[in-house]
Design a protein around this ligand. Structure first.
Ligand SMILES: Nc1ncnc2c1ncn2[C@@H]1O[C@H](COP(=O)(O)OP(=O)(O)OP(=O)(O)O)[C@@H](O)[C@H]1O
Ligand SMILES: [Mg+2]
Length: 282
């Protein structure tokens, strides 16, 4: 049984069908990719898994347990941690304090006797932020602030880690290091679900990739299988219309207006456009 199993999940926002009968699995000790064009439903899937978004149908099962209507903090105690597409850190605290806050919270409910300060030191070293430990978080560039958020998630010692575009704002070298860290975490037994627009990173670190398009899972397979899948490439190029049972119940926001291929601004970073992504997939 996989660490995480998402089965037949449906989410609607008024007329928008953000997830349609979506299935997903994350195995222990692996990095699983979740990719798809803007507005495909990736962040909504994260919100469903961590309990921020109620679902209309389907279920989320962690380690064999149906999470039902469990609130986000209860899911965190069961071992789910995440980062946010739009960074969520405590700007007025230092890097160390941000991570320590999570380690302290964990100590309140964890059964082991881990020392929050020792956990914080270990996490700072792991994410490479030890030299910046005393810096106020809001003085950091986006890339390093994302590492603070990753560190905070790691300080809860999660079994399942959900990362929503963690490389956005990182330079190439930093992205490579992030990829190495994700592989190491997976080798230590963690299950990681990675939403990412950097296809080179996805293809390098993921053993399995699911592709969402218009809220439905279009394909699931190895990086090689996903690269070779014409439907995936077509979805990124926008040459394929809506799925057959398509968005008849309302428009789906795909970010870019049809016919354009401008990268999308996210904070102070620019995402690759769809054609650029399709090139990497080719
Ligand atoms: N709270 C909400 N209320 C209404 N519509 C929403 C809400 N959240 C998401 N949506 C819509 O649901 C669809 C899926 O959005 P979601 O943010 O999950 O996409 P995404 O794959 O994460 O996109 P991106 O790559 O741009 O981050 C989009 O059409 C979006 O506009
Ligand atoms: Mg998103």
């Amino acid at each position: 049984m996989a660490l995480l199993e998402v089965e037949g999940v449906d989410v609607r926002f008024g007329g928008i069908h953000a997830l349609r009968q979506a299935d997903l699995a994350v195995e222990r000790g692996t990095v699983t990719g979740l990719i798809g064009p803007n507005g495909a439903g990736k962040t909504t899937m994260f919100n469903v898994i961590c309990g921020l978004q109620p679902l209309h149908r389907g279920r989320v099962v962690l380690d064999g347990r149906d999470l039902g209507n469990l609130r986000p903090h209860r899911r965190a105690r069961l071992g789910i941690a995440r980062t946010f597409q739009r960074l969520e850190i405590f700007g007025s605290l230092t890097v160390r304090e941000n991570i320590l806050a999570a380690a302290e919270v964990r100590r309140r409910w964890a059964r082991d006797r881990s020392n929050p300060r020792a956990v914080t030191d270990a996490v700072l070293a792991l994410v490479g932020l030890a030299p910046l430990a005393a810096r106020r978080a809001d003085t950091l560039p986006t890339g390093q602030a994302r590492l603070v958020e990753l560190g905070r998630a790691l300080a809860t010692r999660p079994a399942l880690l959900l990362l929503d575009e963690p490389s956005s704002g990182l330079d190439e070298h930093e992205s490579d290091e992030l990829g190495d860290l994700l592989v190491r975490l997976a080798m230590a037994g963690m299950g990681i679900l990675l939403v990412e627009h950097d296809m080179d990173l996805v293809m390098r670190v993921c053993s399995c990739i699911s592709v969402l398009d218009f809220g439905a899972v279009l394909a699931t397979g190895s990086p090689e299988q996903i690269r070779a899948d014409d439907r995936v490439r077509a979805a990124y190029l926008g040459t394929e219309g809506a799925p057959e049972d398509g968005p008849v119940d309302g428009p789906v926001d795909r970010g870019d207006p049809p016919g354009t291929d401008a990268g999308t601004a996210d904070g102070d970073t620019l995402r690759p456009g769809r054609a650029e992504t399709a090139d990497v997939l080719a």
